[in-house]
Design a protein around this ligand. Structure first.
Ligand SMILES: Nc1ncnc2c1ncn2[C@@H]1O[C@H](COP(=O)(O)OP(=O)(O)OP(=O)(O)O)[C@@H](O)[C@H]1O
Length: 345
């Protein structure tokens, strides 16, 4: 089966400045992908290239098997059947909720249009608000209307640019799960840009991690979390500490946080490596591999406590330890790495 969307060796520039380089990935029918990456890495530029707002310098984009963007030809945005939802909702303030949703359905007969609007109101659970105006809705409700309006003409692909960033954290996560459910119900493929990793984990079947204009990894959120392609990806998908490491034996690394045994052997003893240790992958307790870490700060987070430790090397690291451990500020405890992620330096 051919993918719905194929982005192949894409390069985009602003003037002489290369913004995206060698970007390749594919999205299947009905699949939801999240694009995650630091500010300025090119997420919006990639979305704009797929929507047809951004010219392509090299490579190409195809949708449903047909080319829509290449350096030589570009299908205009309105002919792509690609819907877009922006961060600021962009609802028409003078139109009621149902008029907003009906806006892109002018070509339908009145009875079909009304049926589709009713269906979408139900899908986003705003059937009791049909005659309200956008200013009479909460931020989360407005974003659901924006989603319904974009889905109304049945786009082949929906693009969402930071759709939850104006909402508070709690609402962001629940709305991310709700959007996933709504897209599933409609069977619509989507790409959602975000810089919140938990939103990306909740909403995406696939995750694309962008950094420095390159797609560093494209896989399921779980695979990326477990096996990040490099230290930059590890940092983007989880809190943690990056330390230099030296390979003492094929399965033994020396770090400022003690020696760590590896599950898989690496050849070339003496080699310099990078070791990324997630905040939750540190263990307190006596062990031959532990180092004496001094508690500088502790912040109670509920089920865990976030500690700031100073290592004997002077480096300051963070560890999220189970709340059952109660270490006082100023005390020194033995600390070691439980699960390291190891990368070439
Ligand atoms: N119109 C423009 N002209 C020149 N450079 C631009 C233009 N728009 C964006 N850029 C640059 O392109 C790079 C990528 O921008 P883009 O908006 O795609 O990043 P982003 O990952 O979406 O960032 P954010 O998360 O902050 O929205 C940035 O360095 C930005 O300064």
């Amino acid at each position: 089966m051919q993918p719905l969307l194929k982005v192949a060796d894409l390069e985009c520039r602003y003037g002489d400045k290369v913004i995206l380089e060698s970007i390749s990935f594919a999205l299947d029918e009905g699949e939801i992908a999240c694009l995650l990456g630091p500010s300025g890495c090119g997420k919006t530029t990639l979305l704009h290239a797929i929507a047809g707002f951004q010219p392509v310098y090299r490579g190409g984009i195809s949708l449903g098997g047909g080319n829509i963007s290449s350096p030589r030809s570009t299908t205009p945005p309105e002919q792509r059947r690609v819907g877009v939802v922006f961060q600021d909702y962009a609802l028409f303030p003078h139109l009621s909720l149902q008029q907003n949703i009906a806006f892109g359905l002018k070509s339908l007969a009145r009875v079909d249009r009304e049926a589709r609007v009713r269906e979408l109101l139900q899908l986003v659970q705003l059937q009791d608000f049909a005659d309200r105006f956008p200013h009479q809705l909460s931020g989360g409700q407005q974003q659901r209307v924006a989603l319904a309006r974009a889905l109304a003409p049945r786009p082949r692909l929906l693009l969402m640019d930071e759709p939850f960033s104006n909402l508070d954290t709690e609402l962001r996560r629940s709305l991310a799960a709700e959007v996933r459910h709504i897209l599933r119900e409609e069977g619509t493929a989507a790409i959602i840009v975000t810089h919140d990793r938990s939103e990306a984990f909740v909403a995406g079947d696939k995750l694309g991690v962008l950094s420095g204009g390159h797609l560093q990894q494209w896989d399921t959120p779980e695979n990326i979390y477990r096996h990040p392609a490099n230290a930059a990806v590890a940092r983007i998908v989880g809190e943690g500490n990056l330390l230099p490491g030296k390979l003492l034996a094929p399965d033994l690394i020396e770090t400022e946080l003690g020696r760590v045994q590896l599950a898989c052997a690496i050849e070339a003893p003496g080699k310099q490596l990078q070791v990324f240790v997630r905040s939750e992958d540190l263990l307190p307790g006596e062990s031959a591999d532990a180092v004496a870490a001094r508690v500088l700060e502790r912040s109670f987070l509920g089920s865990s406590v976030l500690y700031k430790f100073r290592l004997p090397s002077g480096r300051i690291i963070e560890a999220a330890l189970d709340a059952e451990f109660q270490f006082a500020t100023g005390s020194t405890i033995p600390l070691r790495i439980s699960r390291p992620l190891v990368f070439n330096a």
